[in-house]
Structures are given as structure tokens and as C-alpha cells.
Design a protein around this ligand. Structure first.
Ligand code: ZN
Ligand code: ZN
Length: 253
């Protein structure tokens, strides 16, 4: 059974780009981090932009696509996503491929499933990526967890999941009330409590490895996010990693 390697190059409102390797498949999710940083981070771990075989998009908020042109033009791989994402990256040279939600898409032997998540951008997506032996689930920018999303993620070896804000820190924090309401709404972001509750349910499906992502700089800390889930999962054997805004760690599962 081959390994899963993940480098959370960027995660949060500054920019998002996560490198994932499952057995012999190498790909990126989102392109919201500058090309140089992505290239240097990959090179630091003996990887290369040229070795990437696919890039997947979750949605078109700028923290997820702002480096699309630079990154896509420095790889020769296609960019995959929902049709609604493609207009906003129409200037890139790479092939743009639309994939269907709730269906298995085979990309060189990697089985990809895309599903929709509620967020304030049209057709925001989560993904699962699987080989015969290993499966990774990915869901950020998700205002509300649902049974459908849980079902898609179930049985993953690793789940990368949003733990965006601490509700009290958000309510007492610097954001104006309308922005607070947006983040708290079902089209906003997943709170630490919702993330922890989701992880408890995913644990029941066999998932033991969790990467907390898209952690707010203003309404959360990595420690608070970690502690919220750790408290709910007390006594259970899991691995829990919290993504920094910009990272260089290589996580192996
Ligand atoms: Zn985002
Ligand atoms: Zn977003």
C-alpha cells in the first residue's frame, strides 16, 4: 500500500494551495498561493511543479485562484473543476476540464469525485481522491455540513477539513456584523465546533487522520482549533494537524 503525502503550502484567507500525493499521483488543490512559493516549497521536498498531473479547483474566490495564471502556465497539466469555475481562469494557457459532480472521474487511474458544498460562491466544491488502496477527502469553504457531504468523505484515510473560526472569537472579534453574519450563515465557513462534530462522525466511518484547514487569522488560532476537536475526540486514537497560513511541512500517512 503506497503512501499519502500532503504539503499544506497555503491555507486560509491569505491564499489556498494544497499539494497532495497519493501513491504515484501528484496534484494540487486550488491556486491561491504565489507560484514561487509553491515551486520553492515543492523543490524543498524534492518535488517539482512539472511533476504535477492535475490541479483541482474548489471555487473562484480570489484566495483560491489568484495565482492561477502563474501556476497553471508553469505546469503542463489540466485544471479540473465545475463549469462555473472556468470563466474566472479563462486567461490560463493550460487545458480546462469540467468534471461532473457526484460521479467517478478517472484521471490516469486516480478516481476523483466532486461534490457541492454550501458557500457564498456559486457551485463551491469538495472532493475525494482515491486509488484502489487509499482515499483522501477535501472540504473547505463550507457553511454547513450535510449527510451527503459526510457520505462522500466517508472511509477516507485522511480528511482535509475546514476549521475556520471559533464562534465566540468571531462574535467578539474585529469583523463588522454583516461579515460575521455571512461567515456564520450556512453559506459561510465551518466553525471549530462543526468541524469537531464532523470529525466525530467521520471517525465512525474509519477515518483516523485529520488536517484542519482554512483556519481564520482573526477569529481563531491553530491552538483553539486543535483543542476544540481534541476535546470532542478525547480518548480516541487520531492524528490531528493544523495548517498554518503558509507551510512547508510534509505530512505522511
Ligand atoms: Zn477560502
Ligand atoms: Zn470561499
Amino acid at each position: 500500500m503506497g503512501s499519502i503525502n500532503i504539503i499544506p503550502i497555503g491555507s486560509g484567507s491569505t491564499g489556498n494551495c494544497i499539494y497532495i500525493e497519493i501513491e504515484d499521483h501528484h496534484f494540487l488543490v486550488d491556486m491561491g498561493i504565489g507560484m514561487r512559493k509553491v515551486r520553492d516549497t515543492l523543490n524543498g521536498h524534492g518535488r517539482d511543479l512539472a511533476g504535477i498531473e492535475a490541479i483541482f479547483l474548489t471555487h473562484s474566490h480570489s484566495d483560491h485562484i489568484k495565482a492561477a495564471q502563474a501556476i497553471a502556465n508553469n505546469t503542463s497539466c489540466p485544471v479540473y473543476g465545475d463549469a462555473s469555475h472556468m470563466y474566472n481562469i479563462r486567461n490560463i494557457k493550460a487545458d480546462r476540464s469540467i468534471i461532473d459532480a457526484y460521479a467517478d472521474t478517472d484521471i490516469n487511474g486516480l478516481t476523483v469525485r466532486m461534490f457541492y458544498v454550501p458557500h457564498d460562491f456559486v457551485k463551491t466544491c469538495g472532493y475525494t481522491f482515491a486509488t484502489k488502496n487509499r482515499k483522501v477527502g477535501f472540504v473547505t469553504d463550507c457553511g454547513l455540513m450535510s449527510d451527503t457531504i459526510l457520505e462522500e468523505l466517508s472511509g477516507s484515510d485522511v480528511v482535509i477539513i475546514e476549521s475556520n473560526h471559533d464562534v465566540e472569537m468571531l462574535k467578539n472579534g474585529p469583523y463588522p456584523k454583516d461579515l460575521q453574519r455571512r461567515i456564520l450563515s450556512k453559506y459561510g465557513h465551518l466553525s471549530n465546533d462543526d468541524c469537531a462534530a464532523t470529525i466525530a462522525r467521520l471517525y465512525e466511518t474509519g477515518t483516523r487522520n485529520f488536517i484542519l484547514a482554512h483556519i481564520s487569522l482573526n477569529n481563531n488560532t491553530r491552538d483553539v482549533a486543535y483543542e476544540t476537536t481534541a476535546k470532542v475526540m478525547k480518548g480516541k486514537e487520531i492524528s490531528l494537524y493544523t495548517c498554518p497560513e503558509e507551510g512547508r511541512d510534509l505530512l505522511t500517512y
